[in-house]
Design a protein around this ligand. Structure first.
Ligand SMILES: [Zn+2]
Length: 143
């Protein structure tokens, strides 16, 4: 199966920056202007598939892109996200970190609302502390 990030000439043409093992380019369906993706050059799907060198390379480009987005677009904040696995909404099987530059009062955010994504909608009742401790213990036991 073809990979759009590896085999689309337009992406090569719009690549912003590369380093030894990673590259960054503006996505074709930006949520906001400057919405950028950072990928490893190697075609791997999941974060856990990345080597340490690739993670460091992606971080290097993330920092560079953020600096540039502050300068060029006046970014005041950022959303960072990746969908890790099909069940988490990953539609392209090539790891990609989303960088979304944000400004106070910006528009164009229709489906992505971090507070809805990261916070339970509806009830804001905290979970019982004992339940949270069990969750903590289960995760810690699996480390
Ligand atoms: Zn690929």
């Amino acid at each position: 199966m073809k990979c759009v990030y590896c085999e689309t000439p337009e992406i090569v043409a719009r690549t912003i920056v590369t380093n030894k093992v990673a590259f960054a380019f503006p996505t074709n369906i930006p949520i906001v202007p400057g919405h950028t993706l950072v990928c490893p050059k190697r075609c791997v799907r999941r974060y856990e598939d990345l080597s340490t060198e690739e993670k460091e390379a992606i971080e290097e480009l993330r920092v560079k892109i953020c600096g540039a987005l502050k300068t060029v677009l006046g970014a005041e904040g950022f959303n960072f996200a990746w969908n890790d696995g099909e069940s988490a909404g990953q539609s392209v099987s090539h790891f990609h970190l989303h960088i979304l530059p944000r400004r106070e009062g910006d528009t164009g955010i229709y489906e992505y609302e971090p507070r809805k994504f990261l916070y339970r909608t509806g009830s804001r009742e905290p979970s019982p502390e004992a339940e949270l401790q069990r969750v903590s213990e289960r995760i810690a036991a699996a480390l």
